[in-house]
Design a protein around this ligand. Structure first.
Ligand SMILES: *Cc1c(COP(=O)(O)O)cnc(C)c1O
Length: 478
């Protein structure tokens, strides 16, 4: 007997849950309608839809409302003001879309409402979390015995890993952070690339390391660390922060060459691989991150390139004990030997069962499908750049992954200038066919195109390139 039949034969269960069942059915229906209509909508909402959000800004009323009424308002006012970033034409930031399997799993997991902090709180969450995390370690070619744990985002993953590194490095100097704190602790040497992501820098700051003390290694024209400039005299009080996937260009630091310099120094090497580490899951592209598996810890997002709902990322640490020591927390009411306990492998205690959605996305795609999930956006980013370059748009860096950086001059082939690029960008954003954001790359104001939504097709890229070229032409002839 399947679940629905059982419900149908259990009138008490049906009566007790009538409202919730109706809500879930109606939300699923509305979600389906939203997705069906999203393809036809502007990528960034119309100003009227954004203005209508003001109706949410009212004092909380005294009386209750029916859940159905609340859902209706959410859909009527909220849905039109969302950004359509899962229908193939959103190229802003590195946001990623959402896989159908993950989207569906999120609905079911929402109904489950499981707390993944401890296995005893949810055997289902514990199993799926563990399986998904292990699959990801395997797909990324990281050490088999490394410990992976879900968290809210790569920023949290960076922080978790850096706290672990800090405690482990200080412990080697005979300093125990848990009992002695940080004041008076021996200093650590911090080595970072000149183009480290702001998230990694924030994580360093939160871990107690100020930027004045950083040794900053210069980067090359692609935004990757210049291996020649990387120090060769590290020791076991050094924390190195590297990057897989420069947020502008997609370039990764040369791990093999850097790891050769790190050698057996005992330095702790952390890699911020929020999106770029996924290159390792593609046989065609894993060469871009060769040697990354030699590091000690990694941060990687699931909500970006794996295309699962926010907020989902993984902290991966080679030394399980170091992670668990840094993240341990005990209370009289907490079981102590619980096997794999997410709350002892990360910062959060209570947490969503993120592994459910990741498991669904991975399980639906399989190994080859994940390679395609990486390869297609890379091929499309190159196609995007080629289409624009052919019309005289300036490509500012080679397309090595899923990112393309372009800038515009007063006419095709002319030196790009900040004001033309800014005007083209705002016209593109207004037009609504697609959406891209801006950045500054080595002093040049640029349009940043990130292909990270699995739903993006060649047609989407061609229509989007046309929209950009139309906007540029309109600016030139204004
Ligand atoms: C997006 C990104 C981050 C931050 O990730 P969140 O999941 O948004 O916290 C860190 N590093 C790099 C390279 C990124 O692209």
């Amino acid at each position: 007997m399947d679940t629905l039949d059982r419900i149908a034969t259990h009138p008490t269960s049906l009566a007790r849950n009538r409202e919730r069942i109706a809500m879930l059915t109606e939300s699923a229906r509305r979600a389906g309608t939203y997705v069906a209509g999203a393809r036809l909508r502007r990528v960034f909402p119309h100003a009227d839809a954004v203005a209508a959000l003001d109706s949410f800004r009212r004092p909380l009323q005294d009386d209750s409302r029916t859940p159905m009424e609340v859902l209706r308002e959410l859909d009527t006012v909220g849905s039109p003001a969302t950004v359509v970033q899962h229908q193939g034409r959103y190229f802003g930031f590195v946001n990623g879309g959402v896989e159908p399997a993950a989207s569906g799993a999120a609905v079911l997991a929402g109904a489950w409402d499981q707390n993944a902090a401890l296995p005893v709180m949810s055997p289902a969450a514990a199993a799926l979390d563990e399986v998904a995390a292990d699959w990801i370690v395997d797909l990324l070619g990281l050490p088999q015995n490394a410990t992976a744990s879900f968290c809210a985002g790569a920023t949290i993953a960076n922080l978790t890993a850096l706290l672990t590194a800090r405690d482990a490095l200080l412990r080697r100097s005979g300093w125990d952070v848990a009992t002695q704190g940080l004041a008076g602790a021996p200093g650590l040497r911090i080595v970072v690339g000149a183009e480290a992501h702001s998230s990694a820098l924030k994580a360093l700051r939160l871990a107690g390391f100020g930027s004045d003390s950083f040794e900053v290694v210069p980067t090359d024209a692609t935004g990757a660390i210049d291996a020649e400039a990387f120090p060769a005299d590290l020791d076991d009080r050094t924390l190195v922060v590297l990057q897989a996937g420069n947020v502008n260009t997609g370039a990764s630091d040369p791990f093999d060459a850097i790891m050769a310099r790190v050698g057996a120094s005992g330095a702790w090497v952390h890699v911020d691989g929020a999106f770029g580490l996924w290159a390792a899951a593609s046989p065609r592209r894993k060469g871009l991150v060769a040697g990354v598996e030699r590091a000690d810890s990694w941060a990687v997002d699931a909500h970006k390139w794996l295309n699962v709902p926010y907020d989902s990322a993984l902290t991966i640490v080679r030394d399980r004990e170091a992670l668990q020591r840094a993240m341990s927390s005990d209370g009289a009411y907490l079981p102590s030997d619980e096997g794999r306990a997410p709350m002892r492998q990360g910062i959060q205690m209570s947490q969503r069962a993120r592994g459910v959605e990741a498991w669904a996305a991975l399980s639906a795609r399989g190994r080859d499908g994940i390679a395609t999930l990486v390869d297609d956006p890379c091929d499309l980013a190159r196609h995007f750049a080629t289409l624009l370059e052919a019309e005289g748009v300036r490509l500012l860096a080679p397309v090595v992954l899923n990112q393309a950086l372009v800038a515009f001059g007063v006419e095709p082939g002319a030196e790009p200038d900040a004001s033309t690029t800014a005007t083209v960008l705002s016209r593109v954003q207004e037009d609504g066919t697609m959406w891209a954001g801006s950045t500054t790359w080595h002093g040049i104001h640029a349009m940043r195109l990130s292909v990270s939504d699995a739903a993006t097709t060649r047609d989407d890229v061609e229509a989007s390139a046309q929209a950009i070229l139309r906007a540029w032409s309109a600016v030139r002839h204004a």
